[in-house]
Design a protein around this ligand. Structure first.
Ligand code: FCB
Length: 473
C-alpha cells in the first residue's frame, strides 16, 4: 500500500477496550495472523535462493527509507520453529504466509530447489503439529529477478512461469496444505511496481503496468487450473485483493464520477474479470483515452474467471473523492478528469492512513451484493510508533482500538448478510514494510531488530483473549 504524507496523530491516546467476546461471529469463524516471505525471512542468499526484484530494488539508492533491505529482516528463516510456537501461543487457528518463488525455483522456471522447498515443508509440518492451519500465498510481490530481466509481469510469458511454479509448489506441499492463495494484491504489483515505481521493480510506464494487470490475472487463472487439477475437491482456492471503500465526497456529479473512476481502477479492474469474466467497460474506455489496450487473447477471460472458493480482502482504510481540483478545475494538466482524494478528517495511523472501520462493513456488504464470493479478511491492521516500556510490555492501545473497531465492523457486515468467514491480523510481528523499511511497525508482536527478541504487544494479548472469549472459551 502507499502512504500519504500526513504525520501520525494517533499516539496511544485511546483507552484500550478490554478483551471480550465480539457478538455476531460464529464459533467456526477463522482467526489468523499474516506475514509474507520477503518481509520476515531474511537469509536471502541461503540454500540456493536467488535475488528477487525486491533484493535488487532495495539496492537502488533512495528506493527504500534509510537504504534498508530484507537481508536479515526478522531472521524467520532461522527462527521458524520458535515463531510457530509463538503463533500457536496467540491462540489463532490459521497462519497466512507466503512462499518465496526464488527459493523454490531459483531461476523462475525449471527444477525445484530441494533446500528451498524444504523450508516450507518444515514450516507446514511445524504448524500442523501445533494445530495451526497453513494458508499459503504463492506470490507476495517477490518475482525472481531473472523473470523480471526477461520482461517481468508486462510480458505474457511470466503468467505461464507462475502457473508452473504453482504446480511445483503444490506437488511438494499440497498433501498437507488445503488453502491456496495465488496472488497478494495484484494492484500493488502492477501499479506501484510498474507505474509509479514506488515498489519493485521500480519501473514507471503506465502502459506496462496495465499489461502487468492482465498478465497477473492470467497467471492467477492458469495457476488456478493447475491447482484444481492437482488438488481436487479438497482445495480451497482464492486470490487476495487490496480493497478500500471509495465514496464521493459530496453528491456533486463530478465527485460521483471521480469515486467511480477510483473504484474502477483500484477494485473493479480486478474483481470484474475474476468474478464476472469481463473487464469493466468504463475502465477499458478510460484506458483507451490514455492510449492503452489490455493485451487480452481468446480464452483469457474464461481462464481468469475460474470459480473462486474464497476472496481474500486486505483492508486498511477508506477513501473519499472529489472530481474538482482545489483551484476549481475538473481536468488536470494533462487534460484528464480530476480524481482527488479528500480526507474524512479521522485520526490516522503512522502510515498516514485514516482510520475508517465502517468502510470495511460497507465494502463487505457491497462485495456480497455485487460479487457473491465468500470472503476472508486476509489482512487488516495498523502501524503505530510502538515502544517497548521499561516493564517489558508494549502498551499499544491504539492498535487494540483499531483491531477492535475493525473486527466489530466485520461482525456488522455479517449481520447485514455478508458471508465473511475469517479475519487475519496484519501482522504477526513487526517486519520490513517495503519502501518504508523497518520504521513502520505493524506487528501484534514487537521485534527488537538488534537482538531479534520478540515481545507480544498488548494488542497481541488482547487478540488472543478476544479470540478465546468469542469462541466461547
Ligand atoms: C499490504 C501488504 C502487506 C503490508 C501491508 C501493510 O498492502 O500486502 O505486505 O505491507 O500492506
Amino acid at each position: 500500500m502507499t502512504a500519504t504524507s500526513s504525520p501520525a496523530v494517533n499516539q496511544n491516546t485511546a483507552t484500550a477496550p478490554a478483551a471480550r467476546a465480539i457478538p455476531g461471529l460464529p464459533a467456526d469463524f477463522r482467526w489468523g495472523v499474516a506475514t509474507s516471505a520477503y518481509q520476515i525471512e531474511g537469509a536471502t542468499d541461503t540454500d540456493g535462493r536467488t535475488p528477487s526484484i525486491w533484493d535488487t530494488f532495495c539496492r537502488v539508492p533512495g528506493a527504500v527509507e534509510r537504504g534498508e533491505n530484507g537481508d536479515t529482516a526478522c531472521e524467520h528463516y532461522r527462527r521458524m520453529p520458535e515463531d510457530v510456537a509463538m503463533i500457536a501461543g496467540l491462540g489463532v487457528d490459521t497462519y497466512r504466509f507466503s512462499v518465496s518463488w526464488s527459493r523454490v525455483q531459483p531461476h523462475g522456471s525449471g527444477p525445484v530447489n530441494p533446500a528451498g522447498i524444504g523450508f516450507y515443508d518444515r514450516l507446514v509440518d511445524e504448524l500442523l503439529e501445533r494445530g495451526v492451519t497453513p494458508w499459503l500465498t504463492l506470490y507476495h510481490w517477490d518475482l525472481p529477478q531473472e523473470l523480471e530481466d526477461a520482461g517481468g509481469w508486462p510480458a505474457r510469458d511470466t503468467a505461464y512461469r507462475f502457473a508452473d511454479y504453482a504446480e511445483a509448489t503444490h506437488a511438494a506441499l499440497g498433501d498437507r496444505v488445503r488453502h491456496w492463495t495465488t496472488l497478494n494484491e495484484p494492484w500493488c504489483s502492477a501499479w506501484l511496481g510498474y507505474h509509479t515505481g514506488e515498489h519493485a521493480p521500480g519501473r514507471k510506464d503506465f502502459g506496462d503496468s496495465m499489461h502487468a494487470v492482465h498478465h497477473l490475472l492470467l497467471g492467477h487463472g492458469l495457476a488456478a487450473q493447475r491447482l484444481r487439477e492437482a488438488g481436487g475437491a479438497d482445495l480451497e482456492l482464492g486470490i487476495t485483493l487490496n480493497l478500500g471503500h471509495s465514496t464521493p465526497a459530496t453528491d456533486d456529479p463530478e465527485d460521483v464520477r471521480a469515486a467511480r473512476s477510483a473504484d474502477g481502477m483500484g477494485s473493479r479492474l480486478y474483481l470484474d474479470p475474476l468474478v464476472h469474466g469481463r473487464y469493466p467497460e468504463d475502465v477499458v474506455a478510460e484506458l483507451g483515452d490514455r492510449g492503452v489496450t489490455l493485451p487480452v487473447q481468446d480464452g483469457d477471460l474464461e481462464t481468469i474467471s475460474a470459480p473462486l472458493d474464497v476472496l481474500g480482502v486486505n483492508y486498511y482504510s477508506a477513501h473519499q473523492y472529489s472530481g474538482t481540483a482545489e483551484d476549481g478545475s475538473t481536468t488536470d494538466a494533462e487534460g484528464r478528469p480530476v480524481v482527488r482524494g479528500v480526507p474524512h478528517g479521522r485520526p490516522r495511523t503512522a502510515m498516514g492512513w485514516e482510520i475508517v472501520p465502517e468502510g470495511l462493513t460497507r465494502l463487505l456488504v457491497r462485495l456480497e451484493r455485487e460479487y457473491g464470493v465468500p470472503t476472508v479478511i486476509t489482512e487488516n491492521g495498523a502501524a503505530f510508533d510502538d515502544e517497548l516500556a521499561e516493564d517489558g510490555t508494549v502498551p499499544d492501545t491504539d492498535r487494540v482500538a483499531y483491531l477492535d473497531g475493525h473486527i466489530r465492523a466485520v461482525a456488522d457486515a455479517r449481520a447485514e448478510g455478508a458471508d465473511v468467514r475469517g479475519y487475519f491480523a496484519w501482522s504477526l510481528m513487526d517486519n520490513f514494510e517495503w519502501a518504508f523499511g523497518y520504521q513502520k511497525r505493524f506487528g501484534i508482536v514487537h521485534v527488537d531488530y538488534e537482538t531479534q527478541q520478540r515481545t507480544v504487544k498488548d494488542s497481541g494479548l488482547w487478540y488472543r483473549d478476544t479470540i478465546r472469549h468469542t469462541r466461547g472459551g
